[in-house]
Write a protein that binds this ligand. Sequence first.
Ligand code: KG4
Ligand code: ZN
Length: 349
Amino acid sequence: MLVLGIETTCDETAAAVVRRDDTGLGEILSNVVLSQIAEHAAFGGVVPEIAARAHVEVLDRVIATAMKEAKTEFSALAGIAAAAGPGLIGGVIVGLTTAKAIALVAEKPLVAVNHLEAHALTGRLTDGASFPFCLFLASGGHTQIVAVLDVGRYERLGTTLDDAIGEAFDKTGKLLGLPYPGGPEVERRATQGDGARFTLPRPMLGRAEPDFSLSGLKTALRLEAEKIAPVSDQDVADLCASFQQAIVDVVSDRVSAGLRLFRERYGGPTALVAAGGVAANQAIRRALNRVAIASGTVLIVPPPALCTDNGAMIAWAGAERLARGMTDTLAASPRARWPLDMRVSTAGR
Ligand code: KG4
Ligand code: ZN
C-alpha cells in the first residue's frame, strides 16, 4: 500500500510517499522536507503566524515534488495521512485541510495522524521494531518515556515537569549567542569543549519515577556564563560541552529508570527506541546505546533525517493505521494539544 504523508505542525513543510507491504515492511519512495529556518532565524525561534503563512505558500509544491519523486499519482494511493496535531494550530490547519481536499477529490481515506505517534512508530519503518518497545521521545516540544504496546496503545511512563530537552538545547544556544536552532549548534561547539570545566546540576538523578526537570540546569548554565562574561569562543565550547554532559548524565539515568519501570509493568521490551530531533545528537545516541546494553536490550535510532520532523514518519503512521482499518472522517479536527496516551475513538474525531 502506498500512502502520502503531510507534516506541517512546526517549522518544516514536509511530504513523503511510503510503501508498506503485507508483511509490515516499509520503504520510503520520496521524502521532501522544506525547512523554514531562514524565515524564523531573525526572531531566534519559531513565529507561529510566519510558520502558517510559509506552509500555505509552499505545501502544494512540496506535495507535488514528493509525488513526482515517488513516480506515482493520487489514484494509486491507499490513503492520505496528515499530522493533525499536536503543534502550532495554524500550520496544522494548513496540512490537515490540504490532506482533506486531496482525500475528497481522489476519493481516498484520510488518516489524521498524531505527530508524536509518528515519531514513536518511525523505528518500525527504519528497523522493523516489534511491540512492545520502550520509546524515548525527545524533541523541541516533548520529552517523554513511553511504553509502546501496539499501534494506538501507548502508556506514558515519564515526562518533563518543565522544559523539553530540545527546548533546553535551543535556550542554551540562544543564551550563548549561537545561531538558531540551538540543538545542532550546541552539539557542534561541544565537540571542541571541556565538559568537566563547569559544575552543572543533574536534576532528578536517582529518582524512581522516570521524569525530567531541566529548567534548573538552564538557569545554572546562565549563572556560570554570567560569572565569566564576556565569553570567548573557548568558553562557549566549554559551556556547551558541560551542558551536553549534564544532559547525557540526566538522560542516561532517567531512561534507565524508564526501562526499569517498563520491565516491572510489561516485562522486557524488544528494544529501546529513540525518536525526535534530540535523538540526532551523537553523544546522546552513544549514551542511550550504553543504557540499552546495560539493561539487556538493544537500541534502535532512526537516521538523523528521520529523527527530526519529516513527512515519511507521518505517511508510515498513516500506513500502520490504514493496515488496521483505522481511518478518519473529513470532520477530523486539528489539535494544538493531543497527548499520545489519550484514548480517542476515531469515529468522534
Ligand atoms: O522533532 P523535531 O524536529 O521537532 C519537534 O517536534 O520539536 O525536534 C527539533 C528539536 C529542536 O529543539 C532542536 O534543537 C533539537 O530537536 N535538535 C537537537 C539536535 N538536532 C536537533 N538537539 C541536540 N542535538 C542535536 N544534534
Ligand atoms: Zn517532532
